[in-house]
Design a protein around this ligand. Structure first.
Ligand SMILES: Cc1cc2nc3c(=O)[nH]c(=O)nc-3n(C[C@H](O)[C@H](O)[C@H](O)COP(=O)(O)O)c2cc1C
Ligand SMILES: [Mn+2]
Length: 460
């Protein structure tokens, strides 16, 4: 059986990780709150007000633990595993047909308002489809790109779209310079590996379907679109086809974004005009709720941590790297390592701040005896292993993430000059390096004699 959203629902079910919501839920007023609340269980809404017959899956994965389940590994191995898979490429296969073609609507029959898109935040401009993965092409090379873009529902055949200054936007700028519409297709609802692949930042020209194949452990099977010259996975739940017209900018947003704020990115943004919907007969819609600890961030945190893990392991030749964690709000990164040289942790932290990703603004290094998934242990490291005079460095005037409200915004969203500018911070909370064993030994954590062998339960 191919790995798709159906097989993922079965896996969640078998692991006791899925709640079925059988009471009717209103996507405009109730669904967002339920998704936002459910931080460790996936939700399958089986009755959606105003959308008879539709089901909606959200918070799947709800956290890193469920993501580890999707990769079949324990949480501590998740990032090293994804990092290893990320370096592989599995080429997609073309097929003639698939479940995503069971229903084909084109022309006037297209009405995206039939999809149960939910209102994610109280101040949002309306319902957004947040789970659409955009397939686009570089018109020069033909290279395919797959990326996430929020879609504000504006009419039966129209949404807004936000392009951050990355690959899909580069493609759009090329079409726009030619005065041509950019063909685009959105995958709505698939295995989380697709979502993780789409938010894996690689070089321009990388086909994210090849990364999805590596994450899945099997090739992505593609079918041709009906109305645009693009290919999409044959076993998606829903596909939306259309184009982004050149030179069009309309009000878009606000939208509740991943750092847990509304305003970022809102402004005059491009639109998508739709020419087809293809889907399974009993298609399940995919909702994504954003916020600093919700599914939207999970899809970012895993590939970002994994690509940093991959790159930081070879800083200066080799690093005794143990793990990487992206902090809530995702502008912070924690690197777990065994420092061998004086200043080595700082060198690694500088690399953590300068990668394919724009997000990391605060980078913290901790030692191998710290559980990086424990917030308490992180804070303990910061308070007991950091001399602010020597171990904290702020770097002024660095390009940051365009949606980081704490930085100064330059240029306008959807313009070539759009960016944010501000400081970055490194914090070395490691023990002294192994080349200074005596100083390092001073930071050995206390442990009572026979700790782990003498157990309270045996004395009660
Ligand atoms: C849940 C989620 C929502 C996202 N929404 C958007 C968006 O609306 N616009 C955008 O440009 N990027 C968005 N991103 C980020 C891009 O998908 C991500 O940066 C991706 O790597 C870009 O791919 P590309 O460099 O191939 O264009 C989102 C990511 C996630 C995980
Ligand atoms: Mn890309």
């Amino acid at each position: 059986m191919p790995r798709d959203m159906r097989s993922w629902i079965q896996e969640l079910e078998a692991a006791g990780e899925l709640y079925h919501i059988r009471k009717s839920v209103d996507p405009l007023t109730e669904m967002g709150a339920l998704l936002y609340e459910s931080r460790d269980k996936a939700l399958l809404f089986e009755a959606v007000t105003g959308h008879p017959g539709w089901k909606v899956l959200g918070q799947a994965p709800a956290d890193l633990r469920q993501t580890a389940l999707s990769f079949g590994v324990p949480l501590q191995d998740l990032i090293p595993t994804v990092a290893r898979l990320m370096a592989q490429r599995v080429r997609p296969e073309m097929v003639e047909d698939g479940p995503v073609k069971e229903v084909v609507q084109t022309g006037e029959a297209v009405d995206i308002r039939e999809l149960p898109a939910h209102v994610a935040g109280a101040l949002d401009a309306g319902p957004f489809i947040a789970s659409g993965l955009a397939v686009t092409r570089d018109p020069d090379s033909g290279a395919r790109n797959v990326s996430f873009h929020r879609l504000q529902v504006k009419g039966p055949r129209k949404t807004g779209v936000l392009f951050l200054p990355r690959h899909a936007f580069l493609n759009y700028q090329k079409y726009e310079a030619r005065g041509e519409p950019m063909p685009i297709a959105f995958i709505v609802g698939h295995h989380p590996a697709y979502y993780m692949a789409a938010s894996t930042s690689g070089p321009y020209g990388m086909d994210e379907f090849e990364v999805a194949g590596a994450y899945l452990g099997e090739p992505v099977r593609l079918v041709k679109c009906e109305t645009v010259d693009l290919e999409v996975p044959c076993d998606a739940e829903i596909v939306l086809e259309g184009h982004v017209p050149p030179g069009v900018r309309e009000d878009e947003g606000p939208y509740s974004e991943f750092p847990d704020y509304y305003v970022a990115g809102a402004g005059k943004n491009p639109v998508v005009e739709y020419t087809a919907i293809t889907r399974r007969r009993d298609a399940i819609f995919k909702a994504i709720q954003n916020g600093s600890e919700t599914e939207g961030c999970v899809f970012h945190r895993v590939p970002m941590a994994a690509s940093l893990y991959q790159r930081l392991g070879s800083v200066g030749g080799r690093v005794e790297l143990r793990n990487v964690r992206i902090l809530p709000g995702i502008f912070g990164v924690v690197v777990q390592m065994v420092p061998r040289f004086q200043g080595e942790a700082k060198q690694v932290l500088m690399a953590a701040l300068a990668s394919e990703y724009h997000h990391p603004k605060i980078a913290i290094a901790v030692d191998e005896d710290v559980d990086i998934y424990s917030d308490w242990e992180l804070l303990w490291s910061l308070t007991t292993r950091v001399d602010p005079e020597r171990d904290i460095v702020a770097i002024p005037g660095v390009r940051g993430h365009a949606l980081d409200l704490s930085l100064v915004e330059l240029g306008k969203p959807s313009s070539a000059a759009w960016q944010r500018l501000g400081g970055k911070l490194i914090v070395d909370a490691t023990r002294p390096p192994t080349c200074a064993p005596e100083q390092r030994a001073l930071f050995e954590r206390i442990k009572p004699p026979s700790y782990g062998e003498v157990r309270l339960q045996d004395y009660l």
